[in-house]
Design a protein around this ligand. Structure first.
Ligand code: AYL
Length: 577
């Protein structure tokens, strides 16, 4: 049985275009975006209040594209997109999307890396994506320079995104690195670029973003997200939000309601990239960017900028629910809705916060990097706590049992399998993973779900467990296989398995089971060795991958006859212990 969006969900107003780059869709009123003259300032720095108007952003994209064309020798109609890949390694800035859209208007690809990455992790992504230039920010420059050198990116192809002095400690940037602002200045004097000439279907074939996800198993892989994938999801989100927007019409506003949203989550992750940076600004909203999470600054920013909508991840929602006294110190009366996604939010937490703030709409969304983000989300008029909401327009879903049969009843768990124009092109250079994940236009999510009817009679998706190996720490991905491979490089480790263990603050944290190698003497203390193994991870991996769940020594790692680690068995045993 195929589940469809509920009746109240409007259909897409038009087919997602397949012959234009994202930049054209986002900056051109012809494609239904909120009128540029009337839109709020798209990206504003939450530390200084500085930002550019929507019209200025459009001009800056154009000027930056001209400068990049001269610097890098890239043209909108020359070469393939794979010759035109940039890496972005930065905290959130007001120019990140200007940069992405400039690269898109040159028919290039943007590969954003997590700002918490270690040198080795960044290097891996730069090499795997084939990045030809790297955009970073001052605090990350030393690490970026090293990683670029080891990835064949020359020093004169490292550029700096601007951050305010509040975020750099007043340090000024070394003159040998050009800034995006300097490029934009240069671009103003350069001739206009030729217009891109895409064939019908190019937008659905060409990769726009290369994000990284481990999918259902193995190491992180490059996810090829096409221009049309992002355009589709933006249109799907905007359309599903329309009934809400129409219900909160501002008196006297000819163009409909706009909101101020918080841009706290990392722009390198698909959630922020598509939902916050694209869908929000397409609707004419303003995003207040913060470079990192600090509880007081977060609350202060909501008050200062009168933020209406808070797209968050569960750990922050938990913090809010548990710290009523801290929240009470600020005027948060502007808040209309809290939106969480990327990991499960307990119904109890949602209820607790809802009781404290009855007027807030507490909403949840579900999706994956592989679906360019949203598959389902809660509508304001159909809140069903604990649910991930209803399917958004043009999404179809099936629940499939382990035996491969389609489940037709409510409340029966099975793997969620989805179809949507936002389902990505596939993983880069990985036919095996593509075969396992993408089948006949359907995508296997690796998540266990049930369908239930809300009191209003709409079908809702509940995510009840995860079948795939993935660990979610504060909404960020940790691939067990990546940590296991790294642990095996330690001389004291002969075998390793990594599983998620529940954690109140982070949702889940990684725990390792280690088989000691024969070189480890009896006199070596387990406590010291455990610390050493944890340090081995801390020195080479981003903080969210650290073994906060501890290390346990075992005689053997349980495996299937074909050699697959039985992580589920370990997880169940660990929960019982
Ligand atoms: P990735 N509840 C439970 N698990 C979730 C949820 C949720 N609401 N959302 C995502 N996940 C898990 O690629 C699930 O296991 O994309 C899924 O397969 O980093 C995995 O996270 C995908 O991880 C939004 C806002 C989706 C954000 C997102 C997050 C996309 C995260 C929809 O509206």
């Amino acid at each position: 049985m195929v589940f469809l969006p509920p009746q109240w969900v409007p259909e897409l107003p038009f087919d997602p275009p397949d012959s234009i780059p994202i930049s054209e869709f986002m900056l051109n009123e012809q494609y239904g975006r909120y009128p540029l003259h009337h839109a709020r300032q798209p990206f504003t720095c939450g530390l200084t209040g500085f930002g550019y108007s929507a019209l200025e952003v459009r001009d800056r994209v154009d000027q930056l594209a001209r400068a990049l064309s001269k610097e890098l020798g890239w043209r909108p109609n020359g070469g393939t997109e794979w010759d035109k890949v940039i890496g972005i390694f930065s905290v959130n800035t007001i120019d990140t999307l200007t940069l992405s859209w400039a690269v898109h208007s040159l028919s290039g690809i943007v590969s954003p890396a997590n700002a918490a990455y270690s040198r080795a992790e960044l290097e891996h992504q730069l090499k795997s994506s084939g990045s030809k230039a790297l955009f970073t920010c001052l605090p990350l420059l030393p690490l970026a320079v090293e990683a670029a050198a080891n990835s064949g990116i020359p020093k004169n192809r490292i550029y700096l995104l601007a951050l305010p002095k509040e975020a750099t400690g007043g340090q000024s940037s070394p003159p040998e690195f050009k800034t995006v602002d300097q490029l934009i200045q240069d671009g103003r004097k350069l001739p206009l670029l030729e217009k891109f000439q895409w064939q019908k279907g190019d937008g659905a074939r060409k990769t726009a973003f290369l994000c990284y996800s481990s999918g259902t198993s193995g190491l992180p892989k490059g996810v090829m997200i096409s221009h049309r994938n992002v355009i589709s999801n933006v249109l799907q989100i905007a359309t599903s939000e329309k009934p809400y927007r129409d219900s909160v019409q501002e008196p006297g506003s000819k163009y409909g309601m706009t909101e101020v949203a918080l841009g706290l989550l990392p722009q390198s992750h698909i959630y922020s990239l598509v939902v916050i940076c694209h869908a929000t600004t397409y609707r004419g909203d303003q995003v207040i960017n913060l470079p990192k999470f600090e509880f007081n600054q977060f609350l202060h920013s909501i008050q200062r900028f009168k933020i209406n909508s808070l797209p968050l991840v569960p750990p922050i929602v938990i913090l809010m629910a548990k710290n009523k006294a801290a929240l009470d110190k600020f005027d948060l009366s502007s808040v209309r809705s809290i939106f969480t996604g990327a990991a499960p939010l307990g119904a109890e937490t949602a209820e607790e916060l809802q009781t404290q703030h009855p007027s807030w709409k507490i909403r949840q969304g579900y999706g994956l990097t592989e679906t360019s983000t949203v598959i389902c989300s809660t509508a304001v008029h159909d809140i069903f706590l604990g649910s991930c909401g209803s399917l958004i327009p043009s999404v179809q879903a099936k629940i499939v049992s382990i035996e491969g049969t389609e489940i037709t009843e409510y409340d029966q768990p099975g793997e969620l399998v989805v179809k949507s124009p936002s389902v990505v092109l596939g993983y880069l250079n990985n036919p095996q993973a593509n075969k396992e994940t993408f089948q006949d236009g359907w995508m296997r999510t690796g998540d266990e779900a049930v369908v239930r009817k809300s009191p209003q009679g709409n079908e809702h998706i509940f995510i009840v467990d995860r079948i795939k190996e993935l660990i979610k720490v504060k909404g960020l991905q940790v691939a067990p296989a990546e940590l296991e491979a790294h642990l095996l490089t330690h001389p004291a480790v002969s075998d390793a398995a990594v599983i998620p263990v529940p954690d109140e603050a982070a949702g889940e944290i990684p725990k390792a089971f280690i088989v000691k190698s024969s070189s480890v003497g009896l006199e070596d203390s387990d406590r010291m060795l455990m610390r050493e193994i944890q340090k081995h991870v801390e020195e080479h991996k981003a903080r969210h991958k650290w073994l906060k769940g501890g290390v346990q020594f075992v005689d053997v790692v349980p495996k299937s006859p074909s050699g697959k680690i039985l992580r589920r068995l370990l997880r169940d045993q660990d929960r019982e212990a």
